[in-house]
Design a protein around this ligand. Sequence first.
Ligand code: DQA
Length: 145
Amino acid sequence: MPKVLILNGPNLNLLGRRESDIYGSTNLNDLETILGSNSPQGMQLIFFQTNHEGEMIERIHQLMDTPVDGVIINPAAWTHTSLAIRDALIAVSIPLVEVHISNIHAREAFRHHSYVSDIALAVIAGCGIQGYVFALETLNQQLKG
Ligand code: DQA
């Protein structure tokens, strides 16, 4: 059974309560439930969210000893700042899809650069929380070869 780890970075615990004009009204728990019921058959989902960069890096490091088949990551603000998260993702070398709820390219210039995009097999931005479902489908296709 393929395992997919879904990582959410800082402030995404506030989904549904934070800038809902940009990020929508669904909260993180509901997002996880939606993903659980929309995941391709037989896929096991594992969820992790943190506001602490070191915790995110350590969660990624755990994949060295306890790997998964794919990673979906919304690094949130770390997208634009964190070489350390990029390096951790490269170190574990697991197929990954980068997701952004908003279209980062239609927003402030400082959101246009991502430290993750060029190491991701796909980047989904601007589709709202549906982007996570698209990411699951993309990984599923990829894992099926
Ligand atoms: C985000 C976009 C980032 O620029 C921002 O810092 C976030 C969320 C998104 O999902 O659209 O926190 O990753």
